[in-house]
Design a protein around this ligand. Structure first.
Ligand code: GDP
Ligand code: MG
Length: 165
């Protein structure tokens, strides 16, 4: 989840297809499945690439309820998108009836060095406050994208609500 244009679809496509799409329809909300191995254990991850919480509030309500983990993405080049993830976390907490929620924070577009508006230390500070991991990624240059999805799988596995098959 995250503001429009931060690169949610680009990160998802990079992870699923190992490719980069310069343009992806911002209104498409779709789900993808990928089987991979984390810490020697196979997993099947289903990723819902959301397309704006405002437009699809009721749908997102349901998706939040049913999702086991959340990747909160902002753009390192747009400070307002960083603020937005604070709101998203509140929304998730208000819909989930637990505080044991697997979350990862992602600052995307790390390749756009001169356009940076959010410092690494700010992302790290927020992550420390929330007790979660923070990654700076680039879907364009394929930097740290896998780490994000591996980490969310680890968090889901270690959460109380994860039921082993
Ligand atoms: P979404 O609305 O969050 O799904 O964002 P998109 O994935 O559609 O990306 C929005 C725009 O940002 C597109 O033009 C992408 O090409 C661009 N973009 C996404 N990720 C990156 C990145 O890591 N680096 C750069 N430079 N541009 C990116
Ligand atoms: Mg998108």
């Amino acid at each position: 989840m995250g503001s429009g244009g931060v690169g949610k679809s680009a990160l998802t496509v990079r992870f699923i297809n190992a490719s980069y799409l310069e343009w992806y329809d911002p209104t498409i909300e779709d789900s993808y499945r990928k089987q991979f191995t984390v810490d020697g254990q196979a997993c099947l991850l289903e990723i819902l690439d959301t397309a704006g919480i405002e437009q699809y509030l009721t749908l997102n309500d349901l998706f939040i309820r049913e999702s086991q983990g959340f990747v909160l993405v902002f753009s390192l080049t747009q400070r307002d998108t960083f603020r937005e993830i604070l709101k998203l976390r509140d929304t998730i907490y208000s819909i989930k009836s637990t505080f044991d929620i697997p979350i990862v924070i992602v600052g995307n577009k790390s390749d756009l060095g001169d356009e940076r508006e959010v410092e690494t230390s700010e992302g790290e500070k927020l992550a420390e406050r929330w007790g979660v991991r923070y990654f700076e990624t680039s879907a364009r240059t394929d930097t740290n994208v896998w780490l994000v999805f591996e980490e969310i799988v680890r968090k889901i596995r270690s959460s109380d609500h994860y039921k082993r098959p």
